[in-house]
Design a protein around this ligand. Sequence first.
Ligand code: ZN
Length: 226
Amino acid sequence: MKSMKFFKLRHLTVVCPECETVFATFELARTPPVDKNTPIEADLHRILPDPELRAALLATCPNCLHTWWLSSFSEHYFLPQVVPDTPPLEPSKKFAHAVQTGRKNNVHFLDRAVLALNGYWCSREEGLTGEKFLKLARTEMAAALKDTSWVGNRGRYNYLMAEILRLLGEFAEADQYYQKVDRNSRLPRELTEKMRSFAQGGNKAPVRLPPHIVEEIFVPKSAVSA
Ligand SMILES: [Zn+2]
C-alpha cells in the first residue's frame, strides 16, 4: 500500500447553505492514519502539525459568516480560483464563529461543546493556551451532560469534562467527573486512574498519551496484526 505520511489540503468551491454565496475554501483531503506513535493528548485529540489543518474542517461564508463543518456545505463546480475566498480569519477564530452559528441555529450543547474543544485544540496548534475556548467548552459540556434526553457515550463525555476541568485547574470538580467514567466509555482504566491522580496532585498540564494507550484506544485491532 502507498504510504500516507502527509496531511494534504485541497482547494475547492462550496455553496453557503444560509445565503447561497459561492466561495472558495480548503478541505482536509488527506490525513495519515493513526499508529501508536501518533501524538495524541489525554483529552483524546490528535495534535495536528498546522492550525490550518483543523480549521479546514470548517467553512466560513464570506457574505454572512455562517460557519459550520465543511461536510454540511455542498461543493460547486466553479473553479476555486474564480470565486471569492473565505474570509482570512485566524484558524481558531473559525471555531468561535461556529459556536456562534450553533447558538443562532439552536444546535445541541453537545455539538457546541465539541466545536469549543476543537477551538481549544486549534488554539494550542497556533501556539496559544486556548483558555477562552476551554472555558467555553466547560460551559457547553456541563449543559450537555445535564440534559438527560440524549443517548450516547456519556462515559466518554464525562471523561472529557474531567479533562477540561483538570486543564483549567479545577481539580476537585475534575475528580468528580473522573469518578463517573464507566466501562461504557471504552477507555482503559489505567488512563482514567492516571489522569485522576494527576488532578489530585494539582497537575493542569496537557499530557501526551503513551504509545500503548494510543494503540489501545485508537488503532483498530486488524491494523495492529497486519
Ligand atoms: Zn452565507
